[in-house]
Design a protein around this ligand. Structure first.
Ligand code: HEC
Ligand code: HEC
Length: 171
């Protein structure tokens, strides 16, 4: 085969692979986006200090631990009356990563050791792996504050869409 022909074939297959990769990552969040979920009390009570984190971002055992410790919630008292707490807990559990077929939830779940029930999404091995190129100084910027402030960088966070095309790290 002539050199230039080899080059053309090689070039052709490389760009074809490039196209495949590009469409794999860019399409709507291709099967990874978390489905829209809602609950009036959850919206009202769990989004006053931070965004309401989609229940599909943590396993059932984590949500149960979080709901059991609301009076000592990351240095805040977020305690609720019993019926409100029970309603929210039921909603979180029903839509938790264990019951969420979305690929994103399954990946988070698989990254957590069976015995562990992390209280933070931002401390799961999945989260760490996906954000290992972001420095602690970046997370501490005034415009961001901490890794828990998902919506500072993910424009689709409130909707459960964490696709790359909706990421913009603020200055
Ligand atoms: C009084 C304020 C307040 C309320 C109300 C509140 N939280 Fe929080 N929550 C916090 C603070 C503060 C943090 C830590 C944020 C940080 O690290 O920047 C936090 C963090 C979290 C995190 C961990 C985020 C991460 O991955 O690092 C989860 C999950 C969470 N809250 C769930 C809830 C749920 C569920 C409710 C409703 C039942 C709720 N929160 C209501 C103050 C609150
Ligand atoms: C400082 C900005 C920033 C914050 C805050 C942040 N992220 Fe990210 N996140 C990124 C960047 C940058 C990426 C990598 C984008 C890429 O290459 O897909 C990423 C990737 C991800 C991915 C993987 C996307 C994919 O398809 O591979 C998920 C899921 C995710 N973040 C969830 C979260 C959640 C949940 C929170 C809050 C608990 C959060 N992020 C907070 C910047 C941030």
């Amino acid at each position: 085969m002539k050199k230039w022909m080899q080059f053309l074939i090689l070039f052709g297959s490389v760009s074809a692979a490039g196209t495949l990769l590009a469409s794999g990552g860019g399409e709507g969040d291709g099967g990874r986006a978390l489905p829209p979920v809602s609950n009036a009390r959850w919206k009202a009570e769990c989004s006053s200090c931070h965004m309401a984190y989609h229940p599909g971002l943590l396993p059932e055992r984590s949500w149960r631990r979080i709901m059991a410790g609301l009076d000592r919630h990351f240095g805040e008292n977020a305690a609720l009356d019993a019926p409100t707490a029970a309603d929210i807990e039921q909603f979180l559990v029903a839509n938790s990563a264990d019951r969420q077929p979305a690929r994103r939830s399954q990946r988070i779940l698989q990254s957590i050791p069976p015995g562990a029930a992390p209280l933070r999404i931002s401390e799961t091995p999945y989260f760490r792996a996906k954000h290992d190129e972001i420095s602690p100084a970046t997370f501490k910027r005034k415009s961001i504050g901490s890794p828990a402030n998902c919506s500072a960088c993910h424009q689709g966070a409130e909707k459960g869409d964490f696709s790359e095309r909706l990421v913009k790290i603020p200055r």
